[in-house]
Each structure stands twice: as structure tokens, then as C-alpha cells.
Design a protein around this ligand. Structure first.
Ligand code: TXA
Ligand code: MG
Length: 424
């Protein structure tokens, strides 16, 4: 991938800047053009390590209003302010609690947003009138080079149309925002794939309002204390994080989580009954569950639905074996049947590979791509495997619950329920 400048038919500039070429003279020219657009009050989409952001300078009400217009975002949902030097936390925010400096030193640059009391230079359009502001220093060379060039803090929500999954590639952002923003910087897929952790440090103990790239375990280890979590509004109260009340991340398909899949464990050695093509086997015996999910998909097909399964690298061959003759499986395992972040159709059922259960970061990185692909293949119903809600798995499950509207289906009991504690 080379540095390139293009313009779409709808007038949006595309600046292609591979992260490893950020210091080249060609990239510097494009970055100063993008920075000039931002400084003149325009909107520019840029990569971060989590997802692509839709930026505008945080000190200009007109510029910030363009973000809300481009996304179709409700005006009461505040934006995160992006900085490039940790000390700027004390200018964007004010009366920052002591934990702020400790957390910033340890986790910045990185996927952690600190909610602190808002300082005087941030316009109310950014905070939606709240007395606090979310601040983050992203770990992406192109984002940092851009911010430095702009020389002003930049407000940026995820660069998707409101209600769509956050963009993890520039193509996702082009799909949603072509013609609605001045420019989009394309630096390839983002590493984390889910948004930053939003941590409110004005509360004691510090409280996670959105799980994300930095895990609760990592925060507790550093601070040496338990931290709280408030992922939805307490009954009868307003949510502390307005974004919690919106149904984000929803594809058009009705997605259900599959009961019993968070418990899947992996065994190294395929035992008797293992499906050919699996590198590791899912245990306890996953075959009956896979068969029940597959049978449901076949029933949905007969009802003229377009079913899909969001599976993992290790479990996907089990479904494959239900729909295909055994002979069609590769005799010797040479790699995943379907690459991570992609899908294949088998007997009218779309099978997506979210990534390997052996590394939940992979699943985090591919979740939004797979949710967008559900729309791309016109899926109308989808069944999603769960993962253990530990480490980055907590953020994966939080986004999945939102995509499913909390719906859980138990294939072995044939019953459906809403997750008790939605956390969304
Ligand atoms: O990884 C990320 O955080 C990405 C990249 C672009 O930085 N940004 C992002 O922004 O995800 P957005 O706007 O899509 O999500 C920000 C979330 C929203 O749910 C919003 O309600 C919450 O953070 N938030 C922002 N400011 C807040 C505040 N002062 N208090 C509580 N919640 C806040
Ligand atoms: Mg968002």
C-alpha cells in the first residue's frame, strides 16, 4: 500500500497513509492538508488503534456540529476529545483526580478514555452540556502525527453513521460517510477493533462506563483496588454515559446469542468424534449444539429467511460438517476453513469466522467486520457464539449483547430469553 490522494465521486478526499510510511514526505504533505482542513472547521476521518474516528476541532461549535450532522448523532451524546501529549489532560479537563495522572502515565497512548471535569476551552457541543469530558490519547502513529499538526484537541466519535457498527477499516467509513465528510485517511485495518474503555474517574471508586481495549483486570492491577462498572442506567435514573441508552451496533438481521457457547473450552488433541479440519477441538462435546444451531438455520431457510452463524475458527468446522458431506472437508488441516473476519455460504447458510477462541483479541478485531458483513450478505437472522467475559472478552460480550438486543437462544432447550443483566 502506497501513499495516495484520491477524491470520491461524492467529493470526499481519500488520503491513503500506511502507518509505516507516516514519516515519508508524501505522507507529511497529505497530513498537513488534512490538518489544514480540520483547522478550517472541516471534518476528517482518521484511524486510531481502536476504530476510525470522525474528527473536528474541539474548540469550534460549528465544526463540532458538523460531526453530529454527518453521523446523524443525537445531540445529547457527548464526544471524546483526542490529545497527543498526556499533559493536555489538565487543559482539556480541570481538577483532574490524582488517579488521572497515574492512569495516563501507564495506559497512554492507548485505548483508555478518562472522564474528568471539563475545562473552559471545550465547547458545550462536545460534552452535550455535561460537566465532564472524555479524554483520550490514541496509540496510532497516523492519529498522533495528525493531532500534532493540527495543534488543537480534536473531538471524535467513531466514524460510523449513528446506530451502525464502528468502522475498523477506511472502507467501512467510506460506506457510511462518503460525501458527508471532507476527508478520510485510510491507514488499513485498526488493531484493537473495539472502542476504548470509558472510565469515569470523577467517581470513587473509578467506574467503567464502557468496557473496551483496556480491561478491568489491567485497571485494577495498576490502581491496586477494585473498580466499579456501570454499563447501563440504574432503574429510574439517567445513564452516566448517554451513549448507553442508544441501540448501537445493530445489524439489520435479528441476532441472537447462543446459550452454552461461552463455556466452550479448547483441547489440544482431537479425540474420538472430533471433526476433521479442526486444529483444536471444542469441548465439552460441541457437536450436538452445532447440529441444533444448524437445524435451526435449515428451518429458517424453509421460512424464506437468510440465516447466518457467527462462529469461531475452532467451532466453524462443526457447522460445516452438518451442512456438507464429510468428504468436502480438507483431509489435512492447512488453515481455517474460512479466514478470520470473513464468511462463506454453505447450503444457504452463511458461516462467519470471528477469529480464534485461543486469542480473544482476534475476535475483538473482527467482530464489527462480521456484523457489517451480515448486512452485506442480506442475512435476516443470525446466531452468534458467545465468549468468556474475561479480559477483552468483556468488551466483546458487551458489544455482542447490544447487537442482539440482549436476546439469548438455547438451542438444546429450544427456548429464548432476554439476558438478565443486559449491560448495554
Ligand atoms: O475508541 C474510541 O473511544 C473511539 C475512537 C475514535 O477514539 N471513539 C468512540 O467515540 O468510540 P464514540 O463517540 O463513538 O463513543 C464515546 C462514548 C459514548 O458512549 C459517549 O456517551 C461516552 O463515550 N462519553 C463521552 N463523553 C462522556 C462523558 N463526559 N461522560 C460519560 N460518557 C461519555
Ligand atoms: Mg460510537
Amino acid at each position: 500500500m502506497n501513499v495516495r490522494r484520491m477524491r470520491t465521486e461524492n467529493g470526499t478526499l481519500i488520503f491513503r497513509i500506511p502507518p509505516d510510511q507516516v514519516s515519508s514526505p508524501e505522507a507529511a504533505a497529505l497530513l498537513s492538508e488534512a490538518a489544514a482542513l480540520l483547522r478550517s472547521g472541516e471534518t476528517v476521518v482518521f484511524p486510531t488503534e481502536t476504530v476510525y474516528g470522525l474528527g473536528a476541532v474541539a474548540s469550534s461549535p460549528e465544526a463540532v456540529r458538523k460531526i453530529f450532522a454527518a453521523k446523524g448523532r443525537p445531540g445529547d451524546n457527548p464526544l471524546i476529545v483526542h490529545i497527543w501529549e498526556p499533559e493536555q489532560l489538565f487543559a482539556v479537563g480541570t481538577r483532574v483526580p490524582d488517579t488521572g495522572a497515574v492512569l495516563a502515565r501507564h495506559f497512554w497512548p492507548g485505548p483508555l478514555t478518562l472522564v474528568v471535569p471539563v475545562g473552559p476551552d471545550i465547547v458545550p457541543e462536545v460534552t452535550a452540556g455535561l460537566s465532564t469530558v472524555g479524554v483520550r490519547l490514541p496509540a496510532h502513529p497516523v492519529a498522533l502525527a495528525l493531532l500534532r499538526q493540527v495543534g488543537l484537541p480534536v473531538a471524535a466519535p467513531s466514524a460510523n453513521l449513528s446506530g451502525r457498527p464502528s468502522p475498523t477499516t477506511a472502507e467501512h467509513a467510506v460506506h457510511d460517510l462518503d460525501g458527508r465528510v471532507a476527508a478520510i485517511i485510510d491507514s488499513g485495518p485498526t488493531a484493537v477493533g473495539l472502542e476504548s474503555t470509558v472510565l469515569d474517574i470523577t467517581l470513587f471508586p473509578p467506574t467503567v462506563l464502557r468496557p473496551g481495549g483496556i480491561t478491568r483486570e489491567e485497571l485494577e492491577d495498576l490502581l491496586g483496588m477494585g473498580i466499579a462498572e456501570q454499563l447501563s442506567a440504574p432503574p429510574g435514573q439517567k445513564p452516566r454515559s448517554p451513549g448507553q441508552k442508544y441501540t448501537h451496533y445493530k445489524p439489520k438481521a435479528q441476532v441472537r446469542m447462543v446459550q452454552g457457547t461461552a463455556e466452550i473450552r479448547l483441547a489440544e488433541n482431537p479425540g474420538p468424534g472430533a471433526v476433521a479440519g479442526t486444529r483444536r477441538v471444542a469441548v465439552p462435546d460441541f457437536a450436538p449444539l452445532a447440529q441444533a444451531v444448524w437445524d435451526r438455520c435449515v428451518r429458517e431457510r424453509r421460512r424464506s429467511q437468510h440465516p447466518a452463524i457467527l462462529a469461531t475458527e475452532e467451532t466453524l468446522p462443526y457447522y460445516w460438517a452438518c451442512g456438507a458431506r464429510w468428504e468436502s472437508l480438507p483431509p489435512v488441516f492447512t488453515g481455517p476453513l474460512v479466514p478470520a473476519g470473513a464468511g462463506k455460504e454453505l447450503e444457504g447458510v452463511w458461516l462467519f469466522n470471528l477469529g480464534s477462541r485461543a486469542d480473544l483479541h482476534q475476535i475483538a478485531a473482527h467482530l464489527y467486520t462480521c456484523l457489517r458483513l451480515l448486512d452485506a450478505v442480506d442475512a435476516t437472522v443470525a446466531f452468534a457464539e458467545q465468549v468468556p467475559a474475561q479480559g477483552i472478552g468483556a468488551a466483546v460480550m458487551n458489544r455482542l449483547r447490544r447487537a442482539c438486543g440482549g436476546l439469548v437462544w438455547d438451542p438444546l432447550a429450544g427456548s429464548e430469553s432476554e439476558a438478565g443483566s443486559p449491560g448495554f
